[in-house]
Design a protein around this ligand. Structure first.
Ligand code: OAD
Length: 275
């Protein structure tokens, strides 16, 4: 387990900052039961073509298994609830330190936990986007999974045409698709994410392998603007080398400890940042 000294060091770094931004990846949702992509047993570990082509490449290469693969992918997300890592980020926001969460996750868990400023670079699985009029609409968890499961249950093998013809309809008459970014599509919220990276004085790099761009370039942007970088991950990532502090472990365990340590520091009357 990571030492109290390391937690204290992270808390002291944060306590001296006014504008902290978090960059999160799949590891933050791992303790909510959602599998990461590249860890052992993750989707891209089992289907390596996914790391360069995403879920569509996996389904195209395994058309017969596609319904099972999709159901498996959705299963974890369907049951997931925010974990102590997500909630600690809300605490950091309420304490006046954290300004924004930039996430690569599509699972909506940062919003569900209560973070108010969330930039979702890879979109949000619960949002539908009309392919005709571009209207975006967030769906509730239950109707969303019911709709997807009905769609998948109709599939015997992967066929893009079949998926396209069964998508839900928008009020304009067009078809609406889940608004998660597929490989090759532009990322979302990029101007906002870049602005946060440039303006922050500390970036928390949480549960990401740091190999998917442009998200992986944001710590460099933050650092060029003078920000400190703290990473939390059970393993070193592609970004560890540039970090000021690396805390080896799970975000769901370490972030709440940092929050407690910050509360202690505040209790000792070290002046909190201005809101
Ligand atoms: P990865 O699967 O590449 O990396 C997950 C990271 O989380 C690894 O570095 C793990 O060591 C770490 N990790 C695992 N459990 C953790 C825990 N409990 N606490 C903290 N860290 C933990 O996932 P991402 O970096 O998010 O894109 O992947 C980036 C993008 O690649 C995804 O958004 C997805 C994928 O292809 C698209 O699908 C467009």
């Amino acid at each position: 387990m990571i030492s109290h000294e390391m937690i204290d060091k992270a808390a002291r770094l944060i306590s001296g900052c006014k504008r902290v931004t978090a960059l999160s990846g799949a590891g933050v949702s791992a303790e909510s039961g959602i599998s990461t992509y590249r860890d052992a047993g993750g989707l891209w570990d089992r289907y390596p073509e996914g790391s360069s082509g995403g879920i569509l490449a996996v389904m195209t290469n395994h058309p017969e298994d596609a319904p099972q693969i999709l159901m498996g992918f959705l299963e974890g997300i369907k049951k997931a609830k925010p974990n102590p890592g997500h909630r600690a980020l809300v605490d950091l926001e309420e304490m006046g330190y954290l300004r924004a969460v930039i996430t690569q996750n599509v699972d909506n868990l940062h919003r569900e936990a209560g973070s108010s400023q969330v930039f979702e670079m890879h979109g949000n699985l619960y949002r539908l986007r009309c392919l005709k009029c571009n209207k975006k609409e967030i769906m509730g968890r239950e109707p969303y999974f019911k709709m997807l499961e009905e769609l998948i249950n109709k599939m015997t093998r992967f066929s893009l045409e079949e998926i396209a013809s069964n998508l839900p309809s928008c009020s304009c008459g067009g078809s609406a698709r889940p608004d998660a970014v597929a490989f090759g599509e532009p990322v979302q919220d990029l101007p906002e994410a870049m602005a946060e990276a440039k303006a922050c004085d500390l970036m928390l790099i949480l549960g990401t392998s740091g190999v998917v761009y442009p998200a992986a370039s944001l710590p460099g942007v933050a650092q060029s603007g003078g920000a400190k970088l703290i990473e939390i991950n059970p393993q070193q990532s592609a970004l560890t080398g540039r970090c000021d502090l690396f805390l080896e472990g799970k975000t769901g365990e370490i972030l709440p400890r940092i929050v407690s340590s910050l509360r202690e520091i505040q209790g000792k009357n070290i002046i909190p940042p201005e809101s």
